[in-house]
Design a protein around this ligand. Structure first.
Ligand code: FNR
Length: 375
């Protein structure tokens, strides 16, 4: 009997209690749906079917798409949100169904900052920031420079604005708890607000929230502490980081794997973070060497930095084959894998991987109604 690591359990640690045991190490990363019927940040039937299929498809953990902590922090008007209590019941429907399938379910809390108010991928959408006349809204960021060259200039957040952002993340985490989510993932990657502060490319502030690494990481650490205090101490807190910008700031300062590894260690040792998902990119200038598993070395750098801790590191980015995922785990490059587009193509990717690796479907939590299709 083979027992692949991919289908061995892993625990995302929490400050109190045993933490969250995932039945296997296949995770669905957050993927915005921009669902056509999504309004006011409320999940729809689409989101239930989308996340539900993956929960039934054998994944240990399904992460709900980037969910705005403030209305002005949405990428598009069709994003999900948790800035309002009225959004909670529809999120609770997603968590309840995932739990009937034996899957854990997380939500990614995000703020798009200077990359808000765009309409990615929507047919006919204008490039750049959507103007107010077309339903857009003014954006905020670390500085008043456009976050990407094609975007409108945001307003630089002042002290009161920073407090509002911190409080918005905390309130959203409280609502996520009420909605029954098992884990929260803070979105600090892909060029969105928290990454806009981390990166020397977009953060040229001269106050305590800019400058050196301590300054540029200050907002994120405040957000993490506020969320950790608002979120159940028995539930794990995760974070998604872009581990490199693939380029450097004007004076040669970089946001890279070393800076990320230092931050990861601080987050885990001092701020109660138990799960780090290692992605990359999202700001202008870099050339990304896209290919199979191209971000795995970045995950490995973080895994090595966290070697003496209980924290779980997940790798992501063109991990598509069961054997490839198993090799990443078996070589210790990461403790779990996030499967994005491959899970869109096959929402039952985890069950498929189980049968490829010779694991009995009934040994995982995939929907028993479908076993006969595999064995
Ligand atoms: C994404 N991605 C993404 N990332 C994130 O942190 N929050 C999000 O809401 C989204 N939204 C999103 C939507 C869609 C349709 C795609 C395809 C991707 C990035 C995603 O989580 C993942 O990191 C990448 O897709 C790379 O992994 P794969 O797809 O190569 O496995």
């Amino acid at each position: 009997v083979t027992s692949p690591l991919l289908f061995s359990p892993v625990t995302l640690p929490a400050p109190e209690g045993p933490g969250l045991e995932l039945l296997n190490r296949a995770i669905v990363p957050p993927m915005c749906q921009y669902a056509v019927d999504a309004e006011d940040g409320v999940p729809t039937d689409w989101h239930l079917v989308h996340t539900g299929a993956m929960a039934a498809g054998g994944f240990g953990l399904v992460t709900v798409e980037a969910t705005g902590v403030e209305a002005r922090g949405r990428i598009s008007p069709r994003d999900l949100g948790l800035w309002d209590d009225a959004q909670v019941p529809a999120h609770a429907r997603l968590t309840a169904f995932a739990h009937t399938q034996g899957a854990a379910i997380a939500v990614q809390l995000g703020h798009a900052g200077g990359k808000a108010s765009t309409y990615p991928w929507l047919p006919g959408a204008s490039e750049g920031t959507v103007p107010a006349a077309e339903g857009g809204w003014p954006t905020v960021s670390a500085t008043a420079q456009p976050t990407l060259p094609e975007l409108d200039a945001p307003a630089a957040l002042d002290a009161a604005g920073l407090d509002e952002v911190v409080e918005a993340f905390a309130s959203a985490a409280r609502r996520a708890d009420a909605a029954g989510y098992d884990a929260v993932q803070i979105h600090a990657a892909h060029g969105y607000l928290l990454h806009q502060f981390l990166s020397p490319i977009t953060n040229t502030r001269t106050d305590g929230y800019g400058g050196d690494e301590a300054g540029r990481t200050r907002l994120l650490l405040r957000v993490v502490d506020a969320v950790r205090a608002a979120w159940s101490a028995h539930k794990p807190l995760g974070i998604r980081l872009s581990a490199t910008d693939w380029t450097e700031g004007e004076d040669g300062t970089v946001w890279d794997a070393r800076a990320t590894a230092r931050l990861a260690r601080t987050l885990v040792d001092e701020h109660g973070v138990g799960w780090i998902d290692v992605s990359s990119g999202g700001l202008a200038g870099g050339r990304i060497p896209v290919g199979p598993g191209y971000q795995v070395p970045l995950a490995q750098a973080v895994t090595e930095a966290l070697a003496c801790t209980q924290a779980v590191v997940s790798a992501v980015g063109l991990i598509e084959e069961a054997a490839q995922a198993e090799t990443i785990l078996a070589t210790g490059q990461a403790h779990a894998v996030s499967i994005g587009r491959a899970a869109l193509r096959d929402p039952h990717w985890a069950a498929s991987a189980a049968s490829t690796l010779g694991v009995q479907a009934k040994a995982i939590h995939a929907a028993p109604q479908y076993w006969r299709a595999r064995f």
